[in-house]
Design a protein around this ligand. Sequence first.
Ligand SMILES: [Zn+2]
Length: 185
Amino acid sequence: MSKKKLWTLWSNGNLNDEEAALLRKKAAELPVPFDKESAQCIQELLESFLSRDDALGLAAPQIGMSKKIIIFKNKNFDEKGRVRRPEDFDLLVNPRITQKRGEEEIGSEGCLSCPDISVEISRSPEIKVRAVDQHGNKVNKRYTGFLARIVQHEIDHLDGILKVDHQGNIYYPKEKEEFFQKVFK
Ligand SMILES: [Zn+2]
């Protein structure tokens, strides 16, 4: 399985302008039923996610495809290692949040496209999502708690929004202070 290069806002103390431009772009909807290209993009994101052991979720722009596809673990968030069983993840195409409920809660989030930092972000504890699954079937989903947070984070990616855009407190390691102070000045 292919482990695709991850697109990031920065790496090794440098800003990645080209990668940032794609990450910040609004991703394109997929035609349903899927055409050949869409089916390929879905397959690539699926393989890329299943080949990693460091991702709770992944959005297509994070591997350089500006398409509305996300994939994420739906349980066992503390378990290390790769996701193997199909029932342990959800893949959503063209996802749209149709309802948010409850009082927003602050939580700390990491993101493979913003390495080395964590940001405190307010998210709804319960959401309803309308989407299409990997087979092209319409689905309505309800997510709560930490899973709702993951899904909101991944859907943000499709709108070109990264966690650093949320204006929450940002935390980074002391030894990288010099670089991040410049980035977030
Ligand atoms: Zn992310």
